[in-house]
Design a protein around this ligand. Structure first.
Ligand code: ADP
Length: 583
């Protein structure tokens, strides 16, 4: 029950709703005591022949009023308690979301997205249930149960009450036990189902590979096995579930049996009236629900406890990349200087970057080339502080990048990766992603610079065409050009094109780059590319190999020095010539 204490902050915050909800709940518990009493009184009147029309009308009116009041009050306490508990999951969901967006890529490398989704859905639901149904069940079962038992013992017969209560604790225990079993088996069934889902998704996305390697039969067999597993596990759930009702019925039956046997004895002995016995059995009926609920309560709370622990553990995981206290809330600008002795990815042993030092004056263009895996992207990710903890420092405008507010640093840098994520929104919205208030002609201007305007006009709804899973599917080159328009519209201090023209042809690439040179006059641009023609105009070109700079200089210097760059440049020129037949 400690989870209720842990959630104390929330109950305090929602004090009013909870207190009024609980008061109403108590009132309803008291009202419930009236009908069985009335039924007993009516039965006695009938037996004694003292029933009159007037009396019937009177009691019927009482019953109707009680029924109506219970109906209305139940509605209100439900709104108060359940309504508040929804707020709890909203608060926690927002906290989690904010936390997720603050976490570095290292966090996402450690955890599976599916697990994080499960925390954000199942766990929050379990916590919400504890704060809603949990509180409700606790108060309701204690108050209804307590009131009913007291009324039975005080106004009817404490002996009979004691006798009939004997089976009740067993019922609460069994409910709790069944609950645990059901939850466990249900959980296993859910797990089997989600791995079947994963499998299906994998097979569908990888269908080409499966076909290429002729693995269809194996894949179908694998699917059949997993599917069978889901069925088996669900059958176990159904079996346990089917046992529950009959078991509870037996226990309830025993209680009623005891009440009739002993009750009849007391009536015959003149200790009770027949009306009192009728009231008694009706009260007994009222006790079933609180007992069952008490059993459920343990499960709800147990699940809530586990979920709350998981969510708090997740929330308390520290954000690795944070601002220290005395950060500058200004946008960085000026020269960029790298002095990195060594960088190792978290959890790895090998250094990915070694002895990287160079400086780039504000407004200059840097070109970085090198084989796949040579460390180009890593080098750039350090500038946007996706990773830290390297030996050395990077300065921007004379100050280390950690001296700026992270948000400001990232606002100053427009990073376009090779595969940019496009949202399921319109083309215009995707381009205006970092600048939602951009005017249409600004969006169009950016699209023109990125040579995608003509393509967009061909789409059915032009700039209003929806892209992504639910919309038009774009080619790799179109996606890249939309991502570039996004960065152009942002007009950042530093624009980074990280192999972000790999899917467009050489001519288009040249058109985009020369448009950019004009547009970004005086602003810093960093380009990594496989095509050396893309970076030949750069002020400084770095050639990376295994995380080290092996050559550096301008195009002319590098061509004269006759190393890797020259060889590669000539080879690519030749390839280009061959491809275009000398034109
Ligand atoms: P490039 O951009 O030149 O292709 P990268 O910077 O992407 O090279 O990668 C350089 C090396 O770092 C590669 O060997 C790659 O496997 C490794 N690497 C990249 N990202 C990570 C990561 N998150 N964790 C560990 N190693 C990584």
């Amino acid at each position: 029950m400690k989870v209720f204490l842990d959630l104390g902050w929330f109950f305090k915050q929602e004090k009013k709703a909870y207190i009024s909800g609980i008061l109403l709940l108590l009132f309803v518990a008291l009202l419930q005591l009236v009908p069985p009493k009335v039924i007993g009184i009516i039965a006695d009147h009938i037996k004694n022949g003292t029933m009159t029309k007037g009396l019937i009308v009177k009691w019927v009116i009482v019953l109707t009023m009680v029924g109506l009041a219970t109906y209305i009050l139940r509605y209100y306490w439900r709104i108060m308690i359940f309504g508040s508990s929804v707020k709890l999951s909203k608060i926690l969901r927002n906290r989690l979301y904010q936390h997720f967006t603050n976490m570095s890529p290292a966090f996402y490398q450690k955890r599976r997205i599916g697990d994080l989704m499960a925390h954000a859905t199942n766990d929050l639901q379990a916590i919400q249930q504890t704060a809603g149904a949990g509180v409700l069940t606790l108060v309701d079962s204690l108050s209804t149960g307590g009131f009913v038992i007291i009324t039975m013992a005080v106004t009817i017969s404490w002996k009979l009450t004691l006798i009939c209560l004997i089976p009740m604790p067993f019922m609460a225990m069994l409910t709790s036990w069944f609950g645990t079993m059901l939850h466990r088996t249900f959980h296993k069934a859910q797990e089997a189902f989600s791995s079947l889902n994963d499998k299906t998704q994998e097979s569908i996305t990888g269908i080409k590979v499966i076909k290429t390697f002729g693995q269809e039969q194996e894949d179908i067999e694998d699917f059949r096995k997993q599917s069978e597993d889901v069925v088996q596990k669900n059958i176990i759930v159904a079996k346990i579930d089917s046992l529950y009702d009959p078991t509870i019925s037996i226990i309830v039956g025993i209680s009623f049996f005891l009440s009739i046997v002993f009750g009849a004895k007391y009536v015959l002995a003149g200790e009770l009236t027949i009306g009192q016995l009728i009231s008694f059995t009706t009260y007994l009926g009222l006790l079933i629900w609180p007992m069952l609920a008490f059993g459920w309560l343990f499960n709800i709370v147990e699940r809530g406890r586990a979920s709350y622990d998981r969510v708090t553990a997740l929330l308390s995981e520290s954000v690795e990349i944070t601002d220290n206290e005395r950060v500058l809330a200004i946008m960085p600008s000026g020269d960029i200087e790298y002095k990195i002795a060594e960088f190792i990815y978290p959890g790895e042993k090998e250094a990915i970057l070694k002895d990287i030092s160079f400086s780039l004056k504000s407004g200059e263009t840097l070109g970085i080339v090198g084989k796949t895996g040579s460390g180009k992207t890593t080098l750039l990710k350090l500038l946007i502080r996706e990773y830290e903890r390297y030996k050395g420092e990077i300065t921007f405008g004379g100050k280390t990048i950690q001296e700026y507010k992270l948000e400001k640093l990232r606002e100053a840098i427009g990073y376009v990766p090779q595969d940019h994520f496009l949202f399921s929104a319109t083309v215009a919205e995707n381009i205006a992603f970092t600048n939602p208030h951009a005017k249409h002609d600004e969006i169009e201007g950016a699209a023109k610079l990125a040579s995608i305007h003509q393509d967009i006009l061909q789409f059915t709804d032009g700039y209003q065409t929806v892209v992504g899973e639910r919309g038009v599917s774009l080619s790799g080159g179109q996606k890249q050009r939309i991502s570039i328009s996004r960065a152009i519209l942002m007009n950042p201090e530093v624009l980074i094109l990280d192999d972000s023209l790999s899917a467009v042809d050489a001519k288009t690439e040249e058109a985009i780059l020369s448009a950019l040179r004009e547009e970004r006059e005086g602003k810093t641009t960093i380009i990594t590319s496989h095509r050396l023609s893309a970076i030949q105009h750069a002020t400084l070109i770095l050639i990376l190999e295994d995380g080290k700079i092996i050559e550096r200089g301008t195009h002319e210097v590098l061509m004269n020095s006759g190393g890797w760059y020259k060889e590669m440049y000539l080879r690519q020129q030749l390839e280009e010539l061959v491809e275009h037949g000398g034109h």
